[in-house]
Design a protein around this ligand. Structure first.
Ligand code: OSB
Ligand code: MG
Length: 367
C-alpha cells in the first residue's frame, strides 16, 4: 500500500475519576490519534503514551515529535506491503516504541480495512469472548477500596487488581481479601519496591493473589528473579518487557511467570504477537494490559486478546468505567466480565464519533 499521509490529532479527555498509581495521579488524558492514509483507506490507532513520563520515558509530545520528524518522512510515499516491511523501514529509530507502535497499529487497521476483514483475523486470533478484570487505582481509604472491589466483583468482573505502593499494600490487600474471599485478586506496584522490601512483599503470599505485577524496577530482571525465588505468588512482568528478547530473558531467568502484554509498550502488534509466542513457548500465560485508553485503543486491545495465549483476564474493562462519553460510536461494555471483539465493520470494528472528535480536537496536523 502506498502511504499518502499521516495525520496526528490530539484531544483532551477527562476521566470520570482520577487514577492513582505509585508513580502519579492522572485525570486529564491527552489522547493522541494516529491515522495512516493509503489507497483511499484510513487506518487508525491510539498512541498509549501519557502526558507525563511516569510509566515510560515516552510522552504524547515525544511521540508527536518522533512521528513528525522521523517516522512520517520514512513512510511517506513509500509502498509498504506488510507490518514487517513497515517495521524494517522504522528500524533505524531506536526506542520510542509507543510512537512506532501507534503507526504500526494504524497500518494493521489499514490493511484489514483494505482486505475487508476484522483485525483479529489478520492477527491470527481465535478467542471471541474476552474475559476482563478491573484495575483499581489507589483509593482515598481502605474502605473505599473494599467497596470499589466489591462493586467490580458484583458486576461480574473476572479479576480485581489493586494498585499498591510502599505504605499502601498489605493492609489494603488483607481488607479486600477478607471481604471477597473468592475473587481473583492481584496487585500492581508499578516498580515501587526494591529487593530490600522482599520481606514486606512476602507478606502478600498470605492472600492467594494470582500474581504481583511489576514490583521492582522497570529495567530490572535480575532482582525480579531473586524476588521470585523468595515468593510463592507468581510475579507478572509489565514495565520490564519491551520485546520478545526481554520476554525470553525474563522467563528464562525466572524474573516472572506471567506477562502483562501491552501492544504500545512492545512497538506494535507484530512484536506483541512475538512476545505472546515466546510466553507460550515457556508455558507462561499472558494477558492484555491497558493504558487508560479511549475506545480506539481499547478496541485494539480486544483484537489482540483473541490470541490463544491470552488466558488470564485483561485490563479491558468497560469504557464507561473511565469515560462519560467515549470517542467512538460503539459502547465497549463488559457483560458478566466478558467483552466481545468489536465487529462493526472491518479493521478495528469501531467507528469514530467524528463530530465529537472534531469538536474536541485541540491540534491536528497532516504529514
Ligand atoms: O501498570 O497496568 C499498568 C494505567 C496506566 C499506566 C499503567 C498501568 C495502568 C493500569 C490501568 O493498570 C489499566 C487500564 O484499565 O487501562
Ligand atoms: Mg502494570
Amino acid at each position: 500500500m502506498r502511504i499518502d499521509s499521516i495525520e496526528l490529532r490530539e484531544l483532551p479527555m477527562r476521566m470520570r475519576t482520577p487514577f492513582q498509581t505509585s508513580f502519579g495521579i492522572e485525570q486529564e488524558r491527552r489522547i493522541l490519534l494516529v491515522s495512516l492514509f493509503a489507497d483511499g483507506v484510513e487506518g487508525m490507532a491510539e498512541c498509549v503514551a501519557g502526558a507525563f513520563p511516569g510509566y515510560s520515558p515516552e510522552t504524547i509530545d515525544t511521540c508527536w515529535t518522533v512521528i513528525e520528524q522521523f517516522v512520517a518522512p520514512r513512510l511517506k510515499e513509500r509502498d509498504v506491503a506488510t507490518p514487517d516491511e513497515l517495521l524494517h523501514l522504522l528500524a533505524p529509530i531506536r526506542g520510542h516504541d509507543m510512537a512506532v507502535a501507534a503507526v504500526e497499529m494504524a497500518f494493521w487497521d489499514l490493511q484489514a480495512k483494505a482486505l475487508n476483514v476484522p483485525l483479529w483475523t489478520l492477527l491470527g486470533g481465535r478467542r471471541r469472548d474476552i474475559p476482563v478484570g478491573i484495575s483499581l487505582g489507589i483509593q482515598t481509604s481502605i474502605e473505599a477500596t473494599v467497596e470499589a472491589a466489591r462493586r467490580g466483583a458484583e458486576e461480574g468482573y473476572r479479576r480485581v487488581k489493586l494498585k499498591i505502593a510502599p505504605g499502601w499494600d498489605v493492609d489494603v490487600v488483607r481488607a479486600v481479601r477478607e471481604a471477597l474471599p473468592d475473587v481473583a485478586l492481584t496487585v500492581d506496584a508499578n516498580s515501587a519496591y526494591r529487593l530490600t522490601d522482599a520481606r514486606r512483599l512476602k507478606d502478600l503470599d498470605a492472600f492467594a493473589l494470582d500474581y504481583v505485577e511489576q514490583p521492582l524496577a522497570h529495567d530490572d530482571l535480575i532482582d525480579h528473579a531473586e524476588l521470585q525465588r523468595q515468593l510463592t505468588t507468581p510475579i507478572c512482568l509489565d514495565e520490564s518487557v519491551h520485546s520478545p528478547e526481554d520476554a525470553r530473558k525474563g522467563l528464562h531467568l525466572g524474573s516472572g511467570r506471567i506477562v502483562n502484554l501491552k501492544v504500545g509498550r512492545v512497538r506494535g502488534f507484530r512484536r506483541a504477537r512475538q512476545v505472546h509466542d515466546v510466553a507460550q513457548a515457556f508455558g507462561a500465560p499472558v494477558w492484555c494490559g491497558g493504558m487508560l485508553e479511549s475506545g480506539i485503543g481499547r478496541a485494539a486491545n480486544l483484537h489482540l486478546s483473541t490470541l490463544d495465549g491470552f488466558t488470564l483476564p485483561g485490563d479491558t474493562a468497560s469504557a464507561s468505567r473511565y469515560w462519560e462519553r467515549d470517542l467512538i460510536e460503539q459502547e465497549l461494555e463488559a457483560e458478566d466480565g466478558l467483552q466481545v471483539v468489536p465487529s462493526d465493520g472491518p479493521g478495528l470494528g469501531v467507528t469514530l464519533d467524528r463530530a465529537f472528535v472534531e469538536a474536541r480536537t485541540t491540534r491536528v496536523e497532516t504529514y
